[in-house]
Design a protein around this ligand. Structure first.
Ligand SMILES: [Zn+2]
Length: 460
């Protein structure tokens, strides 16, 4: 039975009941659509159900895990044909985002364009570049300068809609910056847990917003452990990483935007990956576009790239010995390394690669640097190190002869334009509220975080 809904009673529901309400609303919408003529446009946004990619069971919408297996949850949208809405940024594709409304104040998205410079260098006739970053001359206005901005906005909006508490994000840099930008713009509370040595990546172009920034002595893994501890407290919510459908489908808008621009699915898709979540997102968006029926009959091949030697997905796919538990200093890109990528489970990276006849590339520091220089000279914009790793992978593939001259290639430049941004904005570095040292009591750390948030009138 559906829960009756008025704004007053909905506000008073707890998180579980809101989740159940939302789940039932989705079921009702499905039933309604079954009796509506397909010729009539259906106006609800982002309506979906969530299904386990392992056993196929329907899950509660906010579920990050299935009780039966390790399968990733995946959104199934009621709208099977994508119709861009007259909304800013990624909200243009809201029918395939797991939210009901746009997050106000945020309007960025990736921008794709047909390359001439890099295409000429590589002898490619159909190279489409998707740029996520700041480059106003082509309409790219992501102030976090990374495609992590694309996942932060729907993730925060979904949390608002499901009443899930204060978001906790553990990150080595770019993800934290993106969530900080979104929290700031939308005035939403956020706890960021970041390795001390990554603090230089935490800046915002506006104020700091209602953010508690926790620096951790150690690496990304220590940040993750502390983030999990904080989010286990009542009133806090883990962002969920690869298991969060809002994160994946936010990143999936890169593929949607590029395919709508080109009118066809690409033959090849290139992206540098840390956890590989962006690769899963591109694959899932491709499956939806394939099912749409208007953009082609074959999934794009996923070409994923990592910076050697810390390249666990490359090692797993190539059946090589995996990297050591810690990465050496001096990696060209030190944010791509994730020790526990969502690789082998249903719906994970391995399945994405298998189903697309994919490939994984290991890229050394020197070739990544050379690729960055080549890209900047050919296209006229600075890019983040991860994006340069993707460019290097494309160069490798071209040299190996696995990409034809006329193949349609989509290159995801996952971050760039920081130098360009500095011309237009002052970057304000976010100062950490506290630093957690090895051996500090987790209980005391959590108590201090709550104290800081209470002092800002946020919780708890
Ligand atoms: Zn399952």
């Amino acid at each position: 039975m559906l829960i009756s809904h008025s704004s007053a009673s909905f506000t008073n529901l707890n998180v579980y009941d809101k989740s159940l309400y939302y789940h039932n609303k989705v079921k009702l919408v499905t039933q309604i659509e079954n009796v509506i003529s397909p010729s009539k446009p259906f106006t609800l946004m982002g309506e979906h159900s969530v299904r386990c990619t392992g056993c196929g069971d329907l899950l509660y919408p906010c579920s990050l895990r299935c009780s039966k297996d390790d399968g990733l949850p995946r959104a199934e949208y009621i709208q099977k044909r994508i119709v861009p809405r007259d909304l800013p940024g990624i909200w243009r594709f809201i029918d395939w985002l797991p939210v009901r409304e746009p997050l106000q104040g945020l309007g960025g998205r990736s921008v794709s364009y047909k390359s001439s410079g890099l295409a000429r260098e590589l002898g490619l006739e159909n190279l489409l570049i998707s740029f996520s970053g700041y480059w106003p001359e082509i309409g790219a206005t992501l102030s976090g300068c990374s495609f992590k901005d694309l996942e932060a906005a729907p993730t925060m909006q979904r949390l608002v809609e499901t009443g899930g508490g204060i978001m906790v994000v553990a990150s080595a840099g770019n993800t934290a910056r993106s969530f900080a930008q979104v929290a700031n713009a939308a005035n939403l509370p956020l706890v960021l847990v970041v390795p001390e040595e990554s603090l230089h990546r935490l800046w915002a172009v506006d104020g700091e917003g209602p953010i508690c920034l926790v620096a951790v002595e150690g690496d990304y893994n220590q940040a993750i452990v502390l983030g999990e501890r904080i989010s286990s407290e009542e009133g806090f919510q883990a962002e969920g990483g690869a298991r969060n459908i809002a994160r994946r489908d936010g990143m999936g808008t890169v593929m949607i935007e590029a395919v709508l621009r080109a009118g066809k699915l690409p033959h090849h898709y290139f992206q540098a990956v840390g956890s590989g979540t962006g690769g899963i997102a591109a694959w899932e968006a491709s499956m939806r576009l394939l099912a749409d029926g208007r953009f082609g009959e074959r999934l794009p091949r996923l070409h994923l790239a990592q910076n050697l030697p810390c390249a666990p997905i490359h090692s797993a796919w190539m059946d090589l010995e995996g990297p050591k538990s810690t990465c050496p200093r001096g990696m060209y890109d030190d944010v791509l390394f994730n020790r526990h990528p969502p690789y082998g489970m249903p719906g994970g990276v391995a399945e994405a690669l298998q189903s697309t006849d994919g490939a994984v590339y290991g890229v050394g520091n020197e070739e990544a640097k050379a690729a960055e220089v080549l890209f900047q000279e050919a296209e006229g914009i600075d890019i983040l190190p991860a994006a340069a790793v993707a460019v290097a992978a494309l160069i490798q593939a071209r040299r190996a002869g696995s990409i034809g001259d006329r193949d349609r290639v989509l290159l995801n430049i996952t971050g760039g334009g920081i130098s360009r941004l500095k011309e237009d904005f002052t970057m304000n570095y976010i100062t950490n509220d506290m630093t957690v040292r090895h051996g500090d009591s987790a209980e005391e750390v959590v108590a201090m975080i709550k104290e800081i948030l209470r002092g800002r009138g946020i919780c708890c």
